[in-house]
Design a protein around this ligand. Structure first.
Ligand code: PMP
Ligand code: GLN
Length: 400
């Protein structure tokens, strides 16, 4: 009936997707979380805590029900921008202007996107260190930029940044270099000399450094903020967020800090992306940063993660997986070459069904050109209950 009544559709069919997104596939986190759920697996894949946030965070959330539930100011609610200025100022030993040198964003994810949109013109090159957090190349491509990849090299169980490879990738076309320390997925904490090399390369060609430091509070060797290195502040945008530090990855409250001119450029992009960020969560975030500053919360957080990390390392010992060095963040990358899988994707597609454990294939964090480097690697998240880690270890040991 309906068919005979409807008018024939002679119109031009809409194009489903721009050229910009044509090369995108579903993110590895969506795919492997779904797979783990389908098999009821213990999920050591996507990095989110399976335990509650600290009580003071939930109390701050409850308190944020009082007060304004309306739009926040463009740059962020003043309580939060002031706390962030204080926090970052503490890392850097300098006073930050909360209204000019801080911008609150929808998690680090939007901070990264807005920063890249603000800096990159079509054809500009952005140097990305591999393995990379998978949003980086997508951000660059959406801005019309061109990623240039520099893989870390695995030598004697250590991830190293080869100075010659970096120099070869940085040129007059380089507009930005993205750094992530502590690093997802490897757990590498960049050393001061490596950070200085990155600063020197950025200086050489007039590039901006974008430093993703979302795991700054989960480091077992000294985390050195890139912006604290000599000559770095003027050319560095630093990005962090509440998610990992307070076990609230679902809140998506982040911040971009740096010199006023650079942060101002990011604000210009940000105002057309979300305009502003959930005001009650920003107020809660301010209270949490204040609480953390006035207590020993950050030490407790690090110690609790050290226990989880050690538990994962211990339970991996009797398994075929050989854990690589990991100094921070909440992932362990392990070598899986003792198992007979053609590559990391085949392994991670099979693990949930075969032994009931979810993991992430690190090749998702490499360009097509370098994916083979991850063929025998696997990423396990240890931001999980210690009992879950132990149980997962027993299941993985069944693979031997
Ligand atoms: N950068 C890295 C390296 C990450 O691992 C994550 C984790 N999600 C993000 C950025 C995104 O952070 P947020 O959840 O605050 O958007
Ligand atoms: N950062 C998290 C991870 O690496 C995932 C975040 C996301 O799902 N985008 O596992």
């Amino acid at each position: 009936m309906m068919d005979s009544m409807s008018t024939p559709n002679d119109g031009v069919r809409p194009r489903h997707g721009s050229a910009r997104i044509a090369g995108f596939r579903e993110t590895v986190f969506a795919t492997y979380s779904r797979l783990a759920r389908e098999h009821g697996a213990l999920d050591l894949g996507q990095g989110f805590p399976d335990f509650d946030p600290p009580r003071f965070a939930l109390e701050a959330l409850a308190a944020s029900a009082h007060g304004s539930q309306q739009y926040a100011p463009l740059g962020g609610v003043p309580e939060l921008t002031q706390e962030v200025a204080h926090d970052v100022g503490g890392w850097l030993g300098r006073e930050l202007d909360p209204s000019q040198e801080v911008l609150i964003t929808v998690g680090a994810t939007e901070g990264l996107f807005a920063a890249v949109q603000a800096l990159i013109d079509p054809g500009d090159e952005v140097v990305l260190i591999e393995p990379f957090y998978d949003a980086y190349p997508a951000d660059v491509v959406m801005a019309g930029g061109v990623p240039r990849y520099v893989p870390l090299e695995l030598q004697d169980g250590q991830w190293r940044l080869d100075p010659d490879r970096l120099r070869a990738a940085v040129s007059e076309r380089t507009r930005a270099i993205v750094v992530n320390t502590p690093h997802n997925p490897t757990g590498k904490v960049f050393r001061p000399d490596e950070l200085d090399l990155l600063v020197a390369e950025a200086e050489r060609v007039g590039a901006v450094l974008i430093s993703d430091e979302v795991y700054q509070r989960i480091a077992f060797t000294q985390h050195v903020p890139l912006a604290s290195r000599p000559g770095a502040w003027e050319r560095t945008l630093t990005i962090a967020s509440l998610g990992k530090t307070f076990s609230v990855t679902g809140w998506k409250i982040g911040w971009v800090t740096g010199p006023a001119e650079l942060v101002g450029a990011v604000r210009m992009a940000h105002q057309w992306i979300p305009f502003d960020v959930a005001s009650p969560l920003q107020r809660a975030g301010a209270a949490m940063l204040r609480h953390a500053r006035e207590s020993n919360y950050y030490d407790e957080l690090r110690e609790a993660y050290q226990v989880r990390r050690d538990a994962l390392l211990e339970v991996l010992q009797p398994t075929p997986f050989r854990a690589l060095v990991h100094d921070g963040g909440y992932f362990v990358v392990a070598d899986s070459s003792a198992l007979e899988y053609p590559d990391d994707v085949a392994l991670c597609l099979d693990l949930p069904e075969r032994v009931g454990v979810g993991a992430i294939p690190p090749s998702a964090f490499y360009s097509d050109e370098h994916k083979a480097m991850a063929r025998h690697l696997v990423r396990f998240a240890y931001c999980k209950d210690v009992g879950v880690l132990r149980q997962a270890g027993r299941r993985l040991a069944a693979l031997t």
